[in-house]
Design a protein around this ligand. Structure first.
Ligand code: FE2
Length: 424
């Protein structure tokens, strides 16, 4: 074997297993494997997880915070306007440089698959070209899936639909949309129909920014679920944000949830961004704005947590740490039960992997040897500690590594009775 990891806990609850790796794949998993390997790694009872996956990001805007100015109101709409001011000044070199810096951060944090929207409303398609190049460059380290995103509205912006089709022809993977930004509800619904039909023709997945609004009457998710069902796109369609569901009438939501399930549509909440951008027109009480995550999960709908933004016109913080995203999602959705906390870990690992359609993902024999060794015993502890990544592996090769940072104060007379391992 090339590598064997000893005494690892797995996210599914298995404890103290060994993982043998050969030729970039997981060759065996089991207790005390009788194998020899070129490198032995002692997990010491720590969690080995499949890599983190971010199902919703904007890599064309990342690390542009302050260019050309800061979002003063903190609203989604000022962010869109600010991005519009920045667009004419974008260069490929700057886009690629910022995206690669973000990928450095992502890999260090065990984030090895990202679905990034890329704005197609600049007729030059500079960002599309840049991110296709980034996708090619980073392929040995992480999977970058791109969504053709008509930021200014596929109907509202005169060249957006043609540009979106050009982007797909250039190699962008997924069809995007933004129905709530079209001029009218009717145009929004029409945009969903046009884009879903295009995706069905092309055999592509769909991921729309959908109802990113506090307006309870923003109901484009209903049309998205309908079109997914009508066109047989089950399992290939995602509604991102869905924040209007937070403000909807409960009776209407009781009809909507089964329709989303029937359409085979997945949901992506973006907790860090939703909690900061939504509710901005409220005084008090101030809405949280995140979609109804526990209710969607209870209805059998896949829900992932995305990062959405890091240091850009919409969000001034972030570092590519999906455990920070999971922790915020857990708090905003009040998902504090043990099963609910584990579901928050799944929302940044296995569920987004399914949404992206990643193949050979997960800690199982035959899959890619892509994994993260966390300084935590289990998924709940990983979220609580935002655990350090001891080691990140891609196709069997270690691509990031960090020592544990522990401290124990050396005090005379210190009682030894307390053994609560805060930082293990
Ligand atoms: Fe977004």
């Amino acid at each position: 074997m090339d590598v064997v990891i000893r005494n690892a806990n797995l996210a599914d609850g298995r404890q103290g297993v060994d993982i043998a790796i050969e030729a970039g794949r997981i060759a065996a998993i089991g207790p005390a494997l009788a194998v020899t390997a070129g490198r032995e790694i002692d997990a010491g009872g720590d969690l080995v997880s499949a890599p983190f996956v971010d199902a919703h990001f904007h890599m064309d805007a990342t690390l542009s915070y302050g260019l050309p100015r800061v979002n003063a109101s903190g609203t989604l709409l000022e962010g869109i306007a600010l991005w519009g001011e920045l667009k004419p000044d974008l260069t490929q070199q700057a886009l690629i440089g910022r995206a690669l810096q973000y990928c450095d951060w992502a890999v260090a944090r065990g984030l090895l698959a990202i679905r990034s929207h890329v704005d197609v409303c600049d007729d030059r398609l500079l960002a599309v070209e840049a991110l296709l190049e980034v996708k090619r460059l980073v392929a040995p380290y992480l999977d970058l899936q791109l969504v053709a995103f008509p930021q200014d509205g596929v109907l509202r912006s005169p060249t957006a639909l043609a540009n979106l089709k050009r982007a797909i022809a250039m190699g962008v993977d997924v069809v995007g949309g933004i129905p709530h930004f079209e001029r009218t509800m009717a145009d929004g619904a029409e945009s969903v129909r046009i884009l879903c039909e295009f995706a069905a023709e092309q055999g592509l997945r769909v991921d729309m920014h959908c109802d990113e609004s506090d307006d309870p009457h923003s109901r484009h998710i209903e049309t998205l679920a309908y079109e997914s069902n009508r066109l047989g796109l089950h399992g290939r369609v995602t509604g991102s944000h869905l924040t209007s569901m937070h403000s909807m009438d409960n009776y209407y939501v009781s009809k909507l949830l089964p329709l989303i399930r029937e359409g085979g549509v997945a949901a992506i909440a973006n907790p860090l961004i939703n909690i900061t951008l939504q509710g901005r027109h409220d005084t008090y009480p101030k809405r949280r704005g995140m979609t109804r995550v526990p209710e969607l999960l209870a209805a059998g709908i896949d829900v992932a947590f995305g990062h959405d933004c890091v240091m850009d016109p919409w969000y001034s913080l972030g570092s590519g740490d999906m455990l920070e995203v999971a922790q915020m999602g857990l708090h905003v959705a009040q998902m504090t039960g043990q099963d609910a906390m584990r579901a928050c870990f799944e929302a940044v690992t296995t569920t987004p992997a399914r949404i992206l359609g990643l193949e050979q993902y997960g800690i199982a024999v035959g899959n890619h040897a892509d994994l993260v060794l966390l300084d935590a015993a289990d998924p709940v502890e990983a979220i609580r500690l935002r655990a350090a990544r001891r080691l990140v592996m891609r196709r069997g090769a270690v691509i990031a590594e960090a020592p544990r940072a522990n401290a124990r104060l050396d005090l005379p007379g210190r009682p030894d009775s307390v053994n609560f391992r805060l930082n293990r």
